[in-house]
Ligand binder design. Structure first.
Ligand SMILES: CC(=O)SCCNC(=O)CCNC(=O)[C@H](O)C(C)(C)COP(=O)(O)OP(=O)(O)OC[C@H]1O[C@@H](n2cnc3c(N)ncnc32)[C@H](O)[C@@H]1OP(=O)(O)O
Length: 432
C-alpha cells in the first residue's frame, strides 16, 4: 500500500471477547463488513456470536483506518474503511491428501475509498506473508468473477442452484440401505461437525469448515444472528445405526408457490446417505419443490432420478478459487492419476510461483524440480490456470482451447488432464 501510507493505518487483531478493552474495535470491524456487503446493521447479539465463532476459527482480522479524525456526523475514524480476514484450514487435494491453506474472506473497501489500491495492498502483503509462513495455497470464494484473477486466483470448483420438482414424477432408481429419521435441529450442533469431517476426508475440493456452519445447520444462528426456529432436520442412519448424513431445511411459507422446502445444509458421508436424504426430501407431504443453492454441478441426483428433468438447474457458477503460492510444494503435495513427465512454465504477475518446473509422477507420487536452464516447456500457463487445473475440475484441453494455456508439446494438455484428475468430482460445500 505504498501510495496510500500517508492516509491510512493498518491494524491486525483477533476477535476480542465482550467486556475486554478491544471489544469496540472488533465490533466496529464486524459492522464495517456488514456495510461493505450491504447487510443490515448487526445486532449486539449477532456481533457477539460472530466474534465468538471467529475466535474458534482463529481468524485474523485486518482493518484499514483513516488517519486523523472523521468529519462531524460521518462514521468515526474507529470504523475501518477496509476489512480483510484470514483463517488457516485444510483443503482436500484429492485421494484424501490435505494441504493447509490460507483462506481469505470478509474483503470490503468502503465506497468512498474504492479504487485507490487498498485491496491490492492488503492481498499482496497477505499472500506474501502466507508464503513466508510456509503455506503453498491460498483460497477464497468471490463476490464477483472479475476481481481475483489478476492476483493469481483461478476457479477450482463450481456449484449450481437447483429446484427439484418433488411431485409424482420424483422417483429415484435406488434401493434404500439405511433409514432417515426426523430430529430436532439442535442435535446438529454436535453432529454436523462429525458428519462433515467424514465428507471432508473423501471429497476433493472440500475446505475444513468454520465454526459458523454448525450454528447455521442447527438453527442456532439465523441470518439476523437470532435463533432461526424455522430450521428443521432429518438424519440418515446407515445399516449399523450410525448417523452418516443430515439435511437441515426450512419451509418457505404458504405464500411461496409451489410450496417449497429450502435446503439450508445437506451433508452426506456416503452415496446412500445422499440419495436417501433426497428420497426423504422428495417424500415430504404438502411440498411440491425443494431448492438448494449449493448443489454440485456433477450431481449423482441427476443420474439417480428416473426423470432427470425433475431438476431445474440455474446459476452454474464459480465457487472455490485457488491461488498457488509455492508451485513445487503444491505440485509435490498432489497424488497423480497417471504416470508421466511434464515441464510446466508458470507465469505469475506477483512472482510467488513463477518458474519452469519438471513434474514427474511415478505410481501416483510426484517428484518436482526446477528445470535446468534452457529446458523447453511442454506447457506455458498462468498460475491462476494451474489453480483451475489443480483439482481436475476443468480439463487443460479446454483451458488451451480458451487461449489460456499454451501447448508446446502436442498432447501435453491431454496428459496434464489425466495426471491432475481426482478420484471423484471436486466439490466444496463450504462458503467462507
Ligand atoms: C474474498 C471476498 O471477501 S470477496 C468480496 C469482495 N468484496 C466485495 O465485493 C464488496 C464490495 N466491493 C468492495 O468492497 C471493493 O470494491 C473491492 C474489495 C472489491 C475492491 O477494493 P478496491 O480497494 O477498490 O480495489 P483496488 O483499488 O485495490 O483494485 C485492485 C485492482 O482490482 C480491480 N478491481 C477492484 N474491484 C473490482 C471489481 N469489482 N471488478 C473488477 N475489477 C476490480 C481494480 O481495477 C484494480 O485493478 P488493477 O490494479 O489491475 O488496475
Amino acid at each position: 500500500m505504498a501510495d496510500t501510507k500517508a492516509r491510512y493505518r493498518v491494524q491486525q487483531f483477533r476477535a476480542a471477547e465482550r467486556e475486554t478493552p478491544d471489544y469496540g474495535r472488533s465490533t466496529a470491524w464486524v459492522q464495517a463488513v456488514g456495510l461493505g456487503f450491504h447487510q443490515q446493521h448487526r445486532s449486539d447479539e449477532y456481533v457477539e456470536k460472530a466474534l465468538s465463532a471467529y475466535r474458534v476459527d482463529n481468524r485474523e482480522l485486518t482493518g484499514v483506518y483513516v488517519d486523523g479524525d472523521a468529519p462531524a456526523h460521518a462514521l468515526a475514524a474507529t470504523v475501518p474503511v477496509a476489512t480483510y480476514a484470514t483463517m488457516r484450514k485444510p483443503l482436500n487435494i484429492g485421494y484424501g491428501r490435505q494441504l493447509d491453506s490460507r483462506l481469505v474472506t470478509s474483503v470490503t473497501v468502503r465506497g468512498t475509498h474504492r479504487r485507490q489500491g487498498l485491496l491490492r495492498g492488503l492481498i499482496t502483503a497477505d499472500l506474501a506473508a502466507a508464503k513466508d509462513e510456509g503455506l503453498a495455497m491460498a483460497a477464497l470464494t468471490a463476490s464477483e468473477g472479475s476481481i481475483y484473477g489478476r492476483f493469481g486466483f483461478g476457479v477450482a470448483t463450481t456449484e449450481r442452484s437447483i429446484a427439484v420438482d418433488t411431485g409424482p414424477r420424483f422417483r429415484l432408481r435406488w434401493e434404500a440401505t439405511g433409514t432417515v429419521e426426523a430430529a430436532d435441529a439442535s442435535v446438529l450442533l454436535d453432529l454436523a461437525p462429525l458428519v462433515f469431517a467424514r465428507v471432508h476426508r473423501h471429497t476433493p475440493g472440500s475446505i475444513g469448515r468454520q465454526e459458523y456452519y454448525r450454528h447455521l445447520a442447527s438453527g442456532a444462528i439465523g441470518r439476523d444472528g437470532l435463533p432461526d426456529a424455522t430450521v428443521r432436520c432429518a438424519l440418515h442412519y446407515d445399516s449399523a445405526g450410525t448417523v452418516d448424513g443430515y439435511v437441515a431445511y426450512r419451509f418457505k411459507g404458504w405464500d411461496t408457490k409451489p410450496y417449497t422446502m429450502e435446503v439450508v445444509d445437506l451433508v452426506a458421508a456416503t452415496d446412500a446417505a445422499y440419495l436417501e436424504l433426497w428420497q426423504y426430501l422428495g417424500s415430504i407431504d404438502l411440498i411440491e419443490r425443494v431448492t438448494w443453492e449449493e448443489a454440485p454441478v456433477e450431481d449423482p441426483l441427476t443420474w439417480a432420478l428416473q426423470d432427470p428433468r425433475c431438476i431445474e438447474s440455474s446459476a452454474v457458477r464459480d465457487m472455490l478459487w485457488l491461488r498457488i503460492l509455492d508451485a513445487p510444494a503444491a505440485l509435490a503435495a498432489r497424488r497423480y492419476s497417471a504416470d508421466s513427465r511434464l515441464v510446466l512454465e508458470i507465469k505469475d504477475a506477483l512472482g510467488f510461483a513463477s518458474g519452469v518446473w519438471v513434474l514427474e509422477s511415478d505410481g501416483g507420487a510426484a517428484a518436482v524440480a526446477g528445470a535446468p536452464a534452457g529446458t523447453e516447456p511442454d506447457l506455458t500457463l498462468d498460475v491462476a490456470d494451474l489453480g483451475s487445473m489443480y483439482l481436475g475440475t476443468v480439463s487443460p484441453v479446454t483451458l488451451s482451447a480458451a487461449g489460456r494455456i499454451r501447448e508446446h508439446t502436442q498432447g501435453a494438455t491431454f496428459t496434464a488432464g489425466r495426471m491432475f484428475a481426482v478420484e471423484r468430482p471436486a466439490h466444496c460445500l463450504t462458503h467462507f
